[in-house]
Design a protein around this ligand. Structure first.
Ligand code: BTN
Length: 267
């Protein structure tokens, strides 16, 4: 990873905002490194990128397969003074930012799955893990972003869910440094907009790209499971589910396309 190429692809305003860019050949996890950087006393906005992760982490305690240079692995550490309850909406804002960045590089037919997966068809292209830390009385969010670049069939077969990568979808794949610079700039711009205007101005775009909008879905959270028709996200970023008992507002959980999927996920 060439730091200079990342810098060259940052917007002017991102350049001014970022306090440090840290590139590594190998890390356990860019999210873990971002936490170590915070705990070592560096504050402000920090970007961490690695060519490979030996212990990449996904949501719900899953692993994130991170072979060398076959994916993009980055974390953005960002201090926040806003209410922590905004975390839910920020997770959707981060997914929209990755969507906007990849679509801008001609990646076709990209859609979202609540809360923050990026799909092409029903296959996952990218995932985001948000982690929260408080240090010296300040709340920080770590936005951990993974994009599959060129996993190849052997790596894909190790993942127990349908996955895709950029190599399958685009002939002219943007370089990883270029992509990191673009995602980081878009995310910082959207965070600023979110702080100024709230989630309301992102709501329509999110619902427009939602793969499961107006579809029957199941939401699981621990052992709890609810089924209904997804009506998209509300102005706070929570999912609205039309159920037999009326509309339910869901603020956490995992969306599955069917009850069959839910049973498999418990099994
Ligand atoms: C998911 O489960 O969908 C979230 C996956 C997030 C993976 C990224 S890769 C960079 C960052 N470092 C990690 O250990 N995880 C995130």
């Amino acid at each position: 990873m060439e730091k200079r190429i990342i810098e060259d692809n940052l917007s002017y305003s991102a350049h001014l905002k970022i306090d440090g860019i840290h590139t590594f050949r190998e890390l356990d996890s860019t999210n873990s490194e971002a936490m170590r950087i915070l705990e070592s006393g560096r504050n402000g906005i920090q970007l961490v990128v690695a060519n490979l992760q030996t212990d990449g982490r996904g949501r719900r305690g899953r692993r994130w397969l991170s072979p060398k240079e076959q994916g993009l692995y980055m974390s953005l550490l960002h201090p926040f003074t806003c209410d922590v309850s905004a975390l839910q909406a920020l997770s959707l804002v981060s997914a929209l930012s990755v969507h906007e960045s990849l679509t801008g590089k001609n990646v076709p037919s990209l859609q979202l799955k609540w809360p923050n997966d990026l799909l092409i068809g029903k296959k996952k292209l990218a995932g985001i893990l948000l982690e929260l830390r408080t240090f010296d009385g300040v709340t920080y969010i770590i936005f951990g972003i993974g994009v599959n670049y060129s996993l190849g069939e052997s790596q894909k077969s190790k993942i127990d869910r349908p996955v895709t990568d950029l190599a399958e979808m685009v002939s002219d794949i943007p370089g990883r440094e270029e992509m990191v610079g673009t995602i980081c700039s878009t995310l910082l711009m959207n965070i600023e907009k979110f702080i100024a205007e709230g989630f309301g101005s992102f709501q329509d775009s999110w619902n427009q790209y939602d793969f499961y909008y107006k579809s029957n879905v199941v939401i699981t959270n621990g052992n709890h499971c609810q089924s209904g028709k997804s009506l998209g996200v509300n102005k706070d970023g929570a999912l609205v589910l039309e159920t037999s008992e009326g509309e339910k507002i869901i603020s956490a959980g995992e969306l599955l396309p069917s009850l069959k999927g839910a049973e498999e996920s418990f099994g």
